[in-house]
Design a binder for this molecule. Structure first.
Ligand code: DGY
Length: 322
C-alpha cells in the first residue's frame, strides 16, 4: 500500500499530480483552514503532510498522529512548526528556502516605493474622484534614490533586497547577529553596523529576520524611538518581529514617517487601527506570491515530502536529528 499523505490547503494541480505518483493523497482543496481538531483527525492515519503557515504543528498535534513521519511546510518560515516536538517524535520537518528570495525581495521594493512615494494613498484618493488637477505640492513623498537603506537580517532575502538597492544609488547598511564575510558584503555593497547605528541612520529600515523567540518584538518602542522621525519601516518578514502596538503608537505620535507592512501579529486579524493611517501601506502576506514562485514553493515542498518518505533524506531538512 502506498503511504497516505495530507495536503492541508489548496495547492496547484501539478503539485497534486506529482504527489499522486508516490502517495495516496488527501487534499483540502476547498482551502478552508483546518481547526486543530480537524487537522489531528485528518492526520491520524497519515505518514506525511504538506503544510502551510496556517497549521500549527506542535506536541499536542503530534501526539495524535502516531504514523506521521514528515511535515513539509510550503514556506521558508517555519515558526508554525515546533521543531523540538518534531524531533522528539522522529518527525522530519522541511521548509522551502531559496525559491522565494527574489520574489520576496521584489515585493519588499514594491512596499518601499509605495510607502515612500504614497502610491496606494494617492490611488485611493484618485479612485474616490477627488482629483481636480495637478498641483505642485500634491502628495509630496520621500525620495528613495540616494537614501540610506538599513537591512536587519542580511540572509538570502536581505541580500537580494540589498542588491536591488544599487539601482537607486543608495547607501546600504545592515545588522546581523554575525557579521558576514567581506565577499558577501562586497556583493551586496552593504556595510555592517551595530543595531543602534542601523536604527539611527536608516531612512528606510527593512526587516528580513526569521521569527523566533530571539526576534520576537525585535522592533518595539525602544527601537522605534531610535529611528529618524521621517524613517520608513518595512516588514515583509513575519508578524511578531515588530511589536504592532508600539508601532501604532509611534505612527499616532508621528515619531516615524510611515510603514509598509505585509505581515502582522495575529494574522489575519490585524489591528484595525492600522487601517486609519494614510502613511501605511498594508498587504495581506503576499510578498512571495508571484505565480511562478508560489508554484515553485509548493513543488519544492512536495519534493521534500517525496524524498522524506522514500529516502529519509529530504533536501531541506530542518531537524536532522529526527
Ligand atoms: C514564507 O515562505 O515564510 C512566506 O512568509 C510564506 O508566504
Amino acid at each position: 500500500m502506498r503511504p497516505k499523505v495530507l495536503v492541508t490547503r489548496e495547492v496547484f494541480d501539478e503539485t497534486l499530480e506529482y504527489l499522486a505518483r508516490f502517495f495516496e493523497v488527501e487534499s483540502n482543496q476547498s482551502d478552508a483552514p483546518l481547526t486543530p481538531a480537524q487537522l489531528a483527525d485528518r492526520l491520524a492515519d497519515k505518514e506525511g503532510a504538506l503544510t502551510t503557515l496556517s497549521e500549527r504543528v506542535d506536541a499536542a498535534l503530534l501526539a495524535q498522529c502516531p504514523t506521521l513521519k514528515a511535515v513539509c511546510n510550503i514556506a521558508v518560515g517555519f515558526n508554525n512548526i515546533d521543531l523540538k516536538a518534531c524531533t522528539e517524535r522522529g518527525v522530519m520537518a522541511t521548509n522551502t528556502p531559496g525559491v522565494l528570495d527574489d520574489s520576496t525581495a521584489d515585493f519588499t521594493w514594491a512596499l518601499i516605493l509605495a510607502t515612500a512615494r504614497r502610491v496606494t494613498e494617492s490611488e485611493a484618493w484618485l479612485r474616490a474622484g477627488q482629483w481636480s488637477g495637478w498641483k505642485l505640492k500634491q502628495f509630496l513623498g520621500t525620495d528613495v534614490h540616494h537614501a540610506t537603506l538599513g537591512i536587519l537580517g542580511l540572509g538570502r532575502i536581505g541580500q537580494a533586497v540589498a542588491r536591488r538597492a544599487r539601482g537607486f544609488d543608495m547607501t546600504v547598511l545592515y545588522h546581523n547577529t554575525r557579521r558576514l564575510s567581506e565577499e558577501v558584503e562586497k556583493s551586496c555593497h552593504a556595510a555592517y553596523v551595530s543595531m543602534d547605528e542601523l536604527l539611527a541612520r536608516a531612512d528606510i529600515l527593512t526587516l528580513h529576520v526569521p521569527y523566533s523567540p530571539a526576534t520576537h518584538h525585535i522592533i518595539g518602542a525602544a527601537q522605534l524611538a531610535k529611528m529618524k522621525n521621517m524613517a520608513i519601516l518595512i516588514n515583509a518578514a513575519r508578524g511578531g518581529v515588530v511589536d504592532d502596538q508600539d508601532l501604532i503608537e509611534a505612527l499616532q505620535q508621528g515619531r516615524i514617517g510611515g510603514a509598509g507592512l505585509d505581515v502582522f501579529e495575529n494574522e489575519p486579524k490585524l489591528d484595525q487601527r492600522f487601517l486609519g493611517f494614510k502613511n501605511v501601506v498594508l498587504t495581506p502576506h503576499i510578498a512571495s506570491s508571484s505565480e511562478t514562485t508560489r508554484r515553485n514553493m509548493a513543488m519544492l515542498a512536495a519534493e521534500n515530502l517525496v524524498a522524506a518518505l522514500t529516502t529519509g533524506k529530504p533536501p531541506n531538512l530542518l531537524n536532522p536529528p529526527a
